[in-house]
Design a binder for this molecule. Structure first.
Ligand SMILES: [Zn+2]
Length: 104
């Protein structure tokens, strides 16, 4: 389940697997029907389930117009505390990490 932001495709391969920000995964369904045995074989479960992963923080992204889960009220107190302890600013550190990942 994806929310599609009103953004232009980042390229011809832009899609739900893209990390450009156009697609925000709200959740997913996992259909559990088999148990994987230690030898790798599959055994059909007596009780089949559908696990619905609908993450609360992802709903907060949409309802609050944010860009990522770390900007939600769930994480900002933690990030603020870490900023005080480490004397580092989240936005500056995030930018440095992004630059490092692009240069490797
Ligand atoms: Zn994209």
């Amino acid at each position: 389940m994806f929310y599609v932001n009103d953004l232009t495709d980042c390229g011809e391969n832009c899609g739900p697997a893209c990390s450009c920000g156009k697609y925000v995964e709200l959740g997913n369904n996992v259909f559990m029907s088999n148990n994987k045995e230690t030898d790798g074989s599959l055994t059909e479960l007596k009780q089949k389930n559908i696990d619905v992963g609908l993450e609360f923080e992802r709903l907060l992204i949409l309802t609050n117009g944010l860009n990522n889960v770390y900007e939600t009220d769930l994480f900002t107190p933690i990030i603020n505390a870490l900023e005080r302890v480490t004397v580092q600013k989240y936005d500056e550190t995030k930018k440095k990490v992004l630059e490092l990942s692009l240069n490797t």
